[in-house]
Design a protein around this ligand. Sequence first.
Ligand code: CIZ
Ligand code: SF4
Length: 319
Amino acid sequence: PAERAALKERIRGLLKQKNAVMVSHFYVHPDLQDLAEETGGLVSDSLEMARFGRDHAARTLVVSGVRFMGETARILSPGKTVLMPALEATCSLDLGCPADAFSAFCDQHPERTVVVYANTSAAVKARADWVVTSGCALDIVRALHADGQKILWAPDRHLGAYIQRETGADLLAWQGACIVHDEFKAFELEALMREHPHARVLVHPESPAEVVALAHAVGSTSAILQAARDMQASEFIVATDMGLLHRLRTLLPHKRFIEAPTAGNSATCKSCAHCPWMAMNGLAGLAEVLESGRNAVEVEPGLIPRARQPIERMLAFTA
Ligand code: CIZ
Ligand code: SF4
């Protein structure tokens, strides 16, 4: 604990000295969420992280999260330095959607509007008409559907199926999955719901359909926060990464939050879900990166203009 406090103090000093601001995703370690908040940065989902980074005056952005979030910051702010505590932190959705195979898939369906989730590489975004996050995917697809457009969706199959059910859009989906949310189990969740009959169930739409079907509210991390705030209940079962549980417990200390059950149990946590790539972000790595300037995110310059368009379209739509 003393060592952690000293590391945090060192990081605060380095952020100031380097004129840097830090954005942390809801899924990273509580230490990194708290530091971002205490130093004038932001804790949020990938959409708001992108907007905040683009609009902030600091010349250096520190992105605690996974690779695609650092790349998006870089794409939106080519003049800024973007540092990440862990450059190798990727995402199963990004890994499961290689640019060349995806591009071939698009070529087979030239009549479809290409909508990709933010959890993708810069090369995949460069092939897209729209980038969306779970916070704005429904609204954007609903608008495209109302305009008569057919959708090619990538890469999360559960989120794609959810959007298709909700909007009725003609949507052809790439078959990727998030290894964290894909693990939530409906049978075990029903048992937990019987133990806690008054609890409301909040589910991220990257989860399987049977789990989504049990939810009282379905939505992005920000939407889950909002639902927990607004709903009258005092007890909630939450199906998303445990990083968000920290945020919920901090912001709503008088309410109780229970982790939804997953198939795989880890050694440190009986039933909690946690992204192994988000977990690569830590205080020691962050201090080291700030000191050395190592771990600057680069995106192939040729991709930047094309990848920026669909991201800016999303930011304008949600402004
Ligand atoms: O699961 C993720 O990686 C999420 C929720 C990303 C985001 O859009 O914040
Ligand atoms: Fe990717 Fe899932 Fe990890 Fe989010 S939680 S970064 S979607 S693997």
